[in-house]
Design a protein around this ligand. Structure first.
Ligand code: PEP
Ligand code: MN
Length: 351
């Protein structure tokens, strides 16, 4: 069950709802959004119905939810959400491109990749400092040193930084550097991690597990939302199928399905989906055409030398083409390409 508060509800109104629910033996999770507060209830629905919560001051609506996710569902939040990361919007009116190297390797490589990302049309930088590698012998990332590099490159380029966090104990440390926390496919059902990022006070990029159903993916998002954080962006990154020609199979239909079930933005990662540089452009076109709210694209100044996922990284020679596709296709979908905050500032100031 979900209780939707009116925009003018006071903290005391919210507390009254929470207190009544607890007195009936239930749990109440409060999520404060930009325009309104909602309270997700866990417990016996018949007990809650007896409380007549709908008659309390500040309560707009009480909704019975039939799906295993509530706070992230469109049943109680009909309009699609806009999430802001360092001033950059991700939502239904924009196409927001996040790009960067799979792994942060050095200050020079990261700065160069950020420059490539910007020329491609990206408004955010993604780079991994903690890499969740399938083999323990593969490159594991620079750790905190990588986060410092990302923060320096943000200062130099103005691009907000997205980076992955792989265990609950390092969430606060990673959050102290990042503008947005990435939870990767391998950790999509690491529930302790989901709860920790839900409490970290930063927006979260939640990748779909490669064997997760859409319902499991949205239920994972619910763990984050239940901790009071509704700033979540979902990322479809390909699922595991019988097909071996591609690294994963991009589940393009997951985009409209997830957007219909959830109010959260849904973006596509064409790089990890296909796993091949030559597939990034066609999968990008497909993602834009199907209505994705953004893209997550790997770029690297020297893909052949990359310590992680070089085969799928766009090189300098590919940047012009991807920029042209983004510029041409975005308006066709009735969207605007999201701009880096400093560029927006320049436009607003008329310089
Ligand atoms: C990544 O984004 O570099 C990554 C590890 O992706 P995924 O979790 O989708 O495999
Ligand atoms: Mn990668």
């Amino acid at each position: 069950m979900v209780v939707v508060m009116t925009p003018g509800a006071t903290p005391a109104d919210v507390e009254a709802v929470v207190g009544l629910v607890r007195s009936a033996g239930g749990q109440a999770f409060v999520s404060r959004g930009l325009s309104r507060t909602i309270v997700g209830l866990v417990g016996d629905v018949t007990d809650f119905e007896a409380l007549n919560l709908g008659s309390l001051p500040g309560v707009l609506q009480v909704i019975r939810v039939s799906v295993p996710f509530k706070l992230v569902s469109r049943e109680h939040h009909a309009t699609r959400s806009v999430i802001r990361v360092g001033g950059v919007p991700i939502g239904p009116d924009t196409l927001t491109v996040i790009a960067g190297p799979c792994a942060v390797e050095s200050p020079e490589q990261t700065l160069e990749a950020a420059r490539m990302a910007k020329s491609a049309g990206a408004s955010m930088l993604r780079g991994g400092a903690f890499k969740p590698r399938t083999s323990p012998y593969s490159y594991q990332g620079l750790g905190e040193q990588g986060l410092r590099i990302l923060a320096d490159v943000r200062a130099e380029t103005g691009l907000p930084v997205v980076t992955e966090v792989i265990d609950p104990s390092s969430v606060d440390m990673v959050a102290s550097y990042a503008d947005m926390l990435q939870v990767g496919a391998r950790n999509m059902q690491n529930f302790a991690l989901l709860q920790a990022v839900g409490s970290a006070g930063k927006p979260v990029l939640l990748k779909r597990g490669f064997s997760a159903t859409i319902e499991e993916w949205l239920s994972a998002a619910e763990y984050i939302a239940q901790r009071g954080n509704l700033d979540i962006v979902l990322c479809e990154r390909g699922i595991r199928t019988f097909e071996t020609a591609t690294r994963n199979t991009l589940d393009i239909s997951a985009v409209p399905v997830a957007q219909r079930l959830s109010h959260l933005p849904v973006i596509v990662d064409p790089s990890h989906s296909g796993g091949r540089r030559d597939l990034v452009l066609p999968l990008t076109r497909a993602a834009i055409a199907v209505g994705a709210d953004g893209l997550l694209i790997d770029v690297h100044p020297e893909p052949k030398e990359a310590l992680c996922d070089g085969d799928q990284a766009l090189a300098e020679a590919d940047i012009r083409e991807i920029a042209d596709v983004l510029a041409a296709m975005t308006p066709l979908m009735g969207r605007m390409l999201a701009l880096p905050a400093e560029e927006l500032g320049r436009i607003v100031a008329g310089v």
